[in-house]
Design a protein around this ligand. Structure first.
Ligand code: NAD
Length: 367
C-alpha cells in the first residue's frame, strides 16, 4: 500500500501526521510512503529529513496516489473527493465539527477512521491521540497563564522582600489537567486541583498538588465523568465561588465526552476574583468552562481578570505533538499492516469502534 501525508490546511494547524521516524517504521512494514513537498515544514521536519520516501509536487498529486491518507485534521471535503474510491483516511476527523464531512467521506466511497473514537483501553493506549495531544495542551495552557499573569509563580526571597507564590487552581484533572498541575508545580506555584472523579485526588496529590474537595462526585461510563445534576452543580458552584476569591490563576480543562464543556466558572465568580487574576480556558474549543470565555481570544474583564480561550494548543508544541501523534498513527496502522498489505480486522474493536465510514457506508447510526 501507499501511505500518503499532505500539508495540513486547517487554520492554525502546524502538526503533521507522519514524521521522519514513523515514515521509516512504516516503510519497514512494507508500505510505500508519499509526501507532499513541505508536509512536515510547519512542524520543523524538513523534506530532507524524510529518508527513502517519495515526494509529490502538490497535495492533489499526492492524494491521487494514496491507498491510505494519514492526517491530523482532514483536508476539506472537495479534496477528500479526489481520493481513490476504497482509500482509507486516518486522523482526527471530528465529524461533528462539519456536517458535510461524513457525507463527503461516504460519497467518495472511502473507509475512514476517526482516532478520537478509540476506546480508552489498555491496548489502545499506544494509539491514544486524545491523551498524547491533551498533555501538550495542558503544558502550554500553564505557560500561557504564567505569561499573562502580572505575578511570579514561584516564591522569591530577595533583598526587596519576599514574594509569595501564586495560587493556581486546575479545574478538571484528566490528562490535560494533570500535565497542567505538574507544569505549574515545576514553575513553583502553589497548586490545587479538583475533578468530579474521586480517583483524581491521589493523582493530584502525587504531583504535589492539593485536592480541592467540593463535595461532588460524578463518575460516568468508561472512566469518564458524567454531567452533574442541578443540585450537584449548585453545590459545586457555591463552594467554588468562595474559594476563587483567593486564587491568582485558574486553568480549566473539564470535559464530558460528546457534550459541550460544562460551565463551571460563572460571570459572578469572575466578578468576585482579584484584579490581576488570570483564567486560561482549555475547554474553549467546546464552548469553554468559563461563562465569559471567547474562543480564540484573550481579553480583560471589567474587574481586571484576564480571560484567555486559546484554541488547538497542541499545535503550538508542533514538534513533540507531531512526534507523539505520528507514533499513535503508526501504532494504529501496525494493527493492520503486514508485508506491505493492509488487512483490516473488523472483529478487532480498535478497528470497528474507530471506523466512521466503511467503503462509503456508515456502519451504524452515529451518535
Ligand atoms: P476529558 O478530556 O473528557 O475530561 C477532562 C477532565 O474533566 C476529566 O478528568 C473529567 O473527570 C473532568 N470533569 C468533567 N466534568 C467536570 C466538572 N463538572 N467539574 C470538574 N471536572 C470535571 O478526559 P480525559 O483527560 O481525556 O480522560 C479522563 C480519564 O480517562 C483519565 O484521567 C483516565 O482515567 C481515563 N483515561 C484512560 C485511558 C486508558 O486507560 N487508555 C486513556 C486516557 C484516559
Amino acid at each position: 500500500v501507499s501511505i500518503v501525508s499532505i500539508r495540513e490546511t486547517a487554520a492554525g494547524e502546524r502538526r503533521v501526521a507522519l514524521t521522519p521516524e514513523t515514515a521509516k517504521k512504516l516503510a519497514a512494514l512494507g508500505a510505500r510512503i508519499v509526501l507532499e513537498r513541505g508536509a512536515g515544514a510547519a512542524s520543523y521536519f524538513p523534506d530532507d529529513a524524510y529518508a527513502g520516501v517519495g515526494f509529490a509536487g502538490d497535495g492533489d498529486a499526492a492524494l491521487a496516489e494514496a491507498d491510505v491518507l494519514v492526517c491530523v485534521q482532514p483536508p476539506d471535503n472537495a479534496r477528500l473527493a479526489r481520493l481513490k474510491r476504497g482509500a482509507v483516511v486516518i486522523g482526527l476527523l471530528a465529524p461533528h465539527a462539519d456536517p458535510g464531512r461524513l457525507p463527503a467521506l461516504a460519497a467518495a466511497g472511502l473507509t475512514a477512521f476517526s482516532l478520537e473514537r478509540l476506546p480508552r483501553t489498555t491496548r489502545a493506549q499506544a494509539m491514544d491521540v486524545l491523551s498524547s495531544q491533551a498533555g501538550m495542551a495542558g503544558y502550554k495552557a500553564v505557560l500561557i497563564a504564567a505569561q499573562l499573569a502580572p505575578r511570579y509563580f514561584p516564591m522569591l526571597t530577595t533583598a526587596a522582600g519576599t514574594i509569595r507564590p501564586s495560587k493556581v487552581l486546575i479545574v478538571g484533572a484528566g490528562v490535560a489537567g494533570l500535565q497542567a498541575i505538574a507544569t505549574a508545580r515545576r514553575l513553583g506555584a502553589q497548586v490545587e486541583g479538583f475533578d468530579v472523579r474521586p480517583e483524581t485526588r491521589e493523582q493530584i496529590e502525587s504531583l504535589g498538588g492539593k485536592f480541592l474537595d467540593l463535595g461532588v462526585s460524578a463518575v460516568g461510563e468508561g472512566g469518564y465523568a458524567r454531567p452533574l445534576t442541578d443540585e450537584e452543580r449548585a453545590e459545586q458552584q457555591r463552594r467554588l465561588g468562595e474559594h476563587l476569591r483567593n486564587i491568582d490563576v485558574i486553568v480549566t480543562t473539564a470535559a464530558v465526552p460528546g457534550r459541550p464543556a460544562p460551565k463551571i466558572v460563572s460571570a459572578a465568580m469572575v466578578a468576585g476574583m482579584k484584579p490581576g487574576s488570570v483564567i486560561v480556558d482549555l475547554a474553549a474549543e467546546t464552548g469553554g468552562n468559563c461563562e465569559l470565555t471567547r474562543p480564540g481570544e484573550t481579553f480583560e474583564s471589567g474587574n481586571g481578570v484576564t480571560i484567555a480561550g486559546p484554541l488547538n494548543l497542541a499545535s503550538q508544541g508542533a514538534v513533540h505533538a507531531s512526534e507523539m501523534y505520528a507514533r499513535n498513527v503508526h501504532n494504529f496502522l501496525a494493527l493492520s499492516l503486514k508485508d506491505g498489505a493492509l488487512n483490516l480486522d473488523w472483529d478487532d474493536e480498535l478497528i470497528a469502534k474507530t471506523c466512521l465510514v466503511r467503503d462509503g457506508v456508515a456502519p451504524e447510526p452515529q451518535k
